[in-house]
Design a protein around this ligand. Sequence first.
Ligand SMILES: Nc1nc2c(ncn2[C@@H]2O[C@H](COP(=O)(O)OP(=O)(O)OP(=O)(O)O)[C@@H](O)[C@H]2O)c(=O)[nH]1
Ligand SMILES: [Mg+2]
Length: 455
Amino acid sequence: MTDHSLPQFAVVGHPNKGKSSIVSTLSHNDDVVISSQSGTTQTADPITVETLHGRYQLIDTPGFQRPIKVLKWLNEQQVNAHERAAAVAKFVDDPVCQQQFPDEVALLKPIINGAAILYVVDGSRPYGAEYDAEMEILRWTGQPSMALINPIENTDHITEWQNALAQYFKSVRVFNPMKADFDKQVELLKTFAHLNPDWANTLTAITDDLVHKRDEQRDTSIKILARLVDDLCHYQQSQKVLNKAQAKQVQPVLEKRYQHWMKQREQTAIKELLANYAHFQVDIDLDHLDLPPDLFDCSEWFAWGLNKQQLMYAATMTGAVGGAAVDFALAGHSFMLGAIGGGLVGFGSAWFGADKLVDISLKGLPLGGYQACIGPIKNRNFPYVILGRFIFLYQQISQLNHANRTALQFNATDFQDRVATLEKSSQKELHTACERLVKQKPVDDLESVIAFLFD
Ligand SMILES: Nc1nc2c(ncn2[C@@H]2O[C@H](COP(=O)(O)OP(=O)(O)OP(=O)(O)O)[C@@H](O)[C@H]2O)c(=O)[nH]1
Ligand SMILES: [Mg+2]
């Protein structure tokens, strides 16, 4: 039995015009199979979108294969206008038609059962008369409908399509499933609510839920990052040793374990971020993310954290070094880029990360022997590097449409620009928090300090 109170939309059209892409993006589901191969979707597959206050279904369907022949069959039934929907139902039930026209039967069945129609065309290809048959068949069903123009390669033929589609559909929209941002998706969902008055309340409640969920996803992302930066800035590895010589021996092992843990911790946060935005297929590709592969490669750090000038600015803001030293350092560019000697007060490796990142320390144990300890990282840029990498991924992942299965793009300077354009007070809060993190001091409400990086 079909539940007529459940809003259902059959996404139909020619093969390879982005039907599955639209279903994937609107349902935030990257399980939907999308491929450049024509005829990828072979059965009508309902994808349920469920929110707190309701649910609706998008039905991905195979493309029309022989619309002219199907229309001929329908015309041969010689029925009046009021009997046309019944003729389509007869077509769907007819065993011979099921064998001859499996794709059309599959795509028309959900419509006959009550689904509204979303007819998809490609706005980068010219309109052609062969589409008339498809639109005519859909009209025979008498179901509420709208058309979506997907500008797959360009927008060259949109006007032509708008003119043709207007004759068959009351509502015609341009929608690009690869690029449409969240607001555009919500806007489209709102137009769905007009297709069937019985569904309007449910669909309005669902769109409100989705908007609310979007805010929650942002809050969750902030929490994930706050925990990550806190964990990474405080992490230590230790091992008991008998003497100093043994401590030297275990150093490389400890260092390896330490780095492994830190990298794993970052990967876990990225996976959490992906799951937060329902991207479950991207995670198998984590190794191919265009992030510098090594979190511990300091030569990459000025691309991910702050640049040298910003670091010095941070130091003045938080009063971490004397003003005179900073004036001196800022005075000459050549000086900054060249040798930054350890002689300058406060500007050792902890600021610029040229040396070893983590030191090993030895603590005598009460019952004899030592505890060799590695970490935490003292480098001032480290928390910014973690923030920068994560914010970069957040920007990509939170905007990534589920139909878009390409690798993420890399533009590392974004974080520095972002920090530079923050209000002075927010910058100071951020710098103070980072300073406290590397000094192993507690930070009040790290989440609200980093929240503005997510705007
Ligand atoms: N650049 C770009 N490519 C798109 C867009 N929409 C779809 N595509 C690509 O077009 C191809 C077909 O997309 P699908 O969503 O699988 O199309 P379909 O209509 O479901 O195809 P069938 O199931 O074979 O009928 C895929 O390679 C998509 O990546 C778009 O808006 N822009
Ligand atoms: Mg498909």
